[in-house]
Ligand binder design. Structure first.
Ligand code: HEM
Length: 158
């Protein structure tokens, strides 16, 4: 069974989780906030009480901050020594940013790691096939909608 300590040596799994959260942002629009005082942000003035949404899905997948932003590439989070990067790019904000950053981040990553590793262990004798017979594209355009359509996954014993 995987343990929490295993995270320190499973660099590629950690990078895979990070890339999944970047490319398929769970909360792409973040949560609503409000400016509590008149605020100047770069060239913009945000008046007191104005609602503010950080469209973090775009921050995590725009072509200024990310190379080949539409490519699923866990290697972005692996350093030159093959280790999972401890410092992540500034534009990596799937859990939000600042004072109201998600307090569940550590728990979420810990759980994702255990569930994913267990899943990989239990399915290593199977070929996993996405069933697109119904014409369903399991890899929809991320700017088009927020979640994939429901689709079937087939497991074929090798
Ligand atoms: C992959 C899993 C998760 C993702 C991607 C995620 C993402 C987020 C995001 C984007 C926010 C808004 C941050 C902001 O306003 O800037 C947020 C807020 C929050 N999250 Fe999560 N979250 C996850 C899991 C969890 C878990 C497991 C918990 C609790 C056990 C949790 C508890 C909260 C709470 C309480 C807030 C509100 C914080 C505040 O407004 O001060 N989240 N989360």
């Amino acid at each position: 069974m995987p343990t929490h300590e295993d995270r320190n040596r499973c660099h590629y799994v950690m990078a895979f989780i990070a890339e999944t959260l970047r490319a398929r942002n769970v909360v792409p629009t973040g949560l609503p906030h409000k400016a509590i005082v008149n605020t100047k942000l770069d060239k913009y003035t945000i008046p007191e009480n104005m609602g503010v949404w950080v469209y973090q899905g775009i921050v995590c997948s725009n072509n200024k901050d990310w190379q080949n932003e539409r490519e699923f590439k866990p290697e972005r989070f692996i350093d030159s020594e093959g280790q999972y990067m401890t410092t992540r790019p500034k534009a990596y904000i799937p859990f939000g940013v600042g004072r109201r950053v998600c307090p569940g981040e550590r728990l979420a990553i810990a759980d994702l790691f255990l569930v994913l590793v267990r899943f990989l262990q239990l399915t290593q004798d199977y070929e996993i096939i996405l069933d697109s017979n119904g014409g369903i594209d399991p890899n929809p355009d991320i700017t088009d909608q927020l979640a994939p359509y429901p689709y079937k996954i087939k497991f074929h014993k090798r």
